[in-house]
Ligand binder design. Structure first.
Ligand code: ADP
Ligand code: MG
Length: 275
């Protein structure tokens, strides 16, 4: 599962003194007159798994949309990783929260993985280079046995592994996953989280993982960012995910006397940052 070689760590340290792959500063997103994200400041760790947690409607998917350039924003998002890998531009792989497709379509997993990169229709035959690339990506997610299965018959967990393979096939520096384990049983979700951890370690990949499973976050993430329209706190999961903060994040009680839903109060005070 290794694809990165010859990384120059000293240069990395000069460029990324805080070991950040992505730095988000004073980011605000509005849809019409509604401000969905307000003064978001956070960093995504280099070569590790950062979890993004928060209640429904907190703006997690919107933040991912801003990082991949699909959602307009004010503020700044800086990328450091591509300088480490020597590429001119960073590469981002995205596993979206959901995909819509016709489950009855006669499209195999291999067809699906080759489809986006192929210039001719897949029914005219798949290019050997693209097939090799697709098989390699399936190996990274332990999914080669799925190559010839029809996409429409895959289980939720299998489909997610294929979507991760699709996101990995161009060897990204940064992998963003929006609720990848949603709908999986506990065992599949655990295996999936282990896979993410291993991919991040073996390939020096920076992973941002949206999750509602705080226990999985404690076990598998190096860093957690708690978002509810703005960042409430961030740090090492086992240190910062205290019952009081979790309750405040999900709107049950307040931190420091501020109502948990009060964005104006929260943006007036710097968010908690540990580690
Ligand atoms: P989360 O992923 O944390 O559940 P989202 O980022 O999907 O939250 O949504 C945050 C808020 O932004 C929600 O209130 C949602 O309705 C709103 N929103 C998201 N996308 C759009 C859009 N394109 N236009 C208008 N409102 C949107
Ligand atoms: Mg979402």
């Amino acid at each position: 599962m290794h694809w990165k070689e010859g990384l120059v760590n000293d240069v990395t340290r000069q460029i990324c003194p805080d070991d950040a792959a992505v730095e988000i500063r004073h980011l605000t997103v509005s849809f019409g007159k509604t401000r969905v994200l307000v003064d978001v400041n956070a960093s995504l760790r280099c070569r590790g798994v950062t979890a993004l947690v928060g209640p429904n409607g907190a703006g997690k998917s919107t933040l991912i949309g801003a990082i991949v350039g699909q959602v307009p924003y004010e503020g700044s998002i800086s990328f450091c990783h591509h300088r480490r890998s020597g590429r001119r531009r960073h590469r981002i792989g995205l596993v979206p929260q959901k995909i819509e497709f016709d489950r009855s379509a006669p499209v195999t997993v291999l067809d699906f993985l080759c489809l986006a990169d192929q210039r001719t229709p897949v029914w005219l035959g798949r290019g050997p280079r693209l097939v090799r690339q697709a098989i390699e990506a399936l190996e990274w997610t332990h999914s080669t046995d799925l190559a010839h299965k029809r996409l429409g018959v895959l289980s939720g967990g299998e489909l997610k592994r294929v979507l991760v393979a699709a996101a990995l096939r161009h060897k990204p520096d940064i992998l963003l996953l929006d609720e990848p384990a949603a709908g999986m049983d506990l065992h599949s979700s655990d295996l999936f989280c282990e896979l993410l951890e291993r991919l991040a370690q073996d390939n020096e990949l920076s992973v941002l993982w949206v999750s509602h499973d705080l226990s999985a976050v404690v076990h598998h993430a190096d860093h957690v960012i708690a978002l509810n329209r703005t960042v409430l706190f961030e740090g090492p999961p086992s240190q910062v995910l205290t019952p009081e903060r979790i309750n405040a994040l999900y709107g049950l009680i307040a931190i420091g006397g501020h109502p948990a839903h009060c964005v104006d109060c929260r943006t007036g005070t710097p968010h908690e940052r540990l580690g």
